[in-house]
Design a protein around this ligand. Sequence first.
Ligand SMILES: [Zn+2]
Length: 259
Amino acid sequence: MTGELTLTGIVLSSMPVGDYDRRVSILTSEKGRISAFARNARRPMSSLRAISMPFTYGKFSMYASRDAYSVNACENPIYFDSLSSDIEKMYHAMYFCELLSYFTRENSEEREQVKLLFTALKALEKGNQTPAFIRRIFEIRCLANYGEAPNIFECSACMKKTDTKAWLFDIKQGTIKCETCAGLKNTAFRKDGTVLTIPETVRYAMHYCITAQYKSLFAFKLTPELENQFAATVEAVIKNHVDKPLKTLEILETLGYNQ
Ligand SMILES: [Zn+2]
């Protein structure tokens, strides 16, 4: 398809090319992740200067030629510029963008992932939860939007959504078993390779992350102990799905922000 079009999206990354241009990767609701040129965006007075930077959200007017998109303008841009003055928030935001680059493709509808990223950036700005906790909520919902969430809604053996204090969570299978079916004697959180014993609260937190509306997704808290268990569980789940080292994750680690 060639010609003018308008796409709603968020800039995931931006790099200089040539003398004055930028090449941006934008996650769009309508056409998935696309690569586009922002011509002359590095000239001082360019109207594309600000909108071609990472995290910019808005309605991008584009021109599509046979082999490339060019950005012409962005209507009602939101910049999330407070993130760049806080290293911890900024690198978490960059990690969210890199994770979405990993999970999204061109020419697929990505409305849910755009909504998720927008809401997560808002949550980082607000700061009601720590960036580390926002990250875990983001990761599990990102997988769910991708159609890869584990089945933590019922016991895989008795099919009951039974009232149980703890579950045996098989990360590789993506299934859980209730206390009775798993023969759990000890219900304390335990990690044994890719099999975890998780308390009901951690299961419910993941359930919430998968099903909540975006407006209330980043609106819950856990005790520090449960938050650690939740983080360790989501970490195991996401590691099972991402088999490529992510640059921003290494940076989070170097900066001491990776638990
Ligand atoms: Zn069962």
